[in-house]
Design a protein around this ligand. Sequence first.
Ligand code: ADP
Length: 199
Amino acid sequence: MQVIGLTGGIGSGKSTVAHLFAVRGIPVIDTDHIAHALSTPPSPLLSVIAETFGSDHLLPDGHLDRAKLREQVFHNPQAKQALEAILHPAIHHDVTQQLARLPATTPYALVVVPLFFETGAYYDVVTRVLVVDCDEQTQLARVLSRPGLSKETTQAIISLQATRQQRLSGADDVIQNTGTLDLLEEQVNALHQHYLGQS
Ligand code: ADP
């Protein structure tokens, strides 16, 4: 079965694209969703996180203090590495299990890996890499139009991620998401037909 790895920078439109494939009946496995699920109780990974970072990283109700952990890993590369060492193998394992459970009739599947090129950890899982591309100004504007991240934090995240050029040079397929949502949907339609034709 063809497995498409979907990637792109923050605010490029990955979730929007993933949704457009999902409504066409394509199974979407999202590594961010898995990371969230694996760090929500009950999860054995939570105790590993508490052992590594301290039990003050858990809230009184046993949930992860995500804001505290995010803040810590953002400013401390060693802490970031430690968290990734806990989470990444478990996420990868979950992805392969979900793929293995798909019905044999599945034409193709999508795995959303925001940090595909940065981690290099999903080449063994995917058969093609689909990049959602857009310029940094558009990324920034889209992220800032939602509540949550400041301009400074968003710029810092963008600068830590792979460059547009790095992504484009590693892409098998590219969706340009600099225009309207209609134009985005047209491209998803064309790629969907293309992938169906290959299955
Ligand atoms: P990512 O998952 O890559 O961070 P999202 O799919 O969440 O990006 O998109 C970021 C924001 O930009 C969302 O609010 C989304 O609705 C919006 N968006 C995405 N593509 C477009 C587009 N072509 N036109 C207008 N808004 C868009």
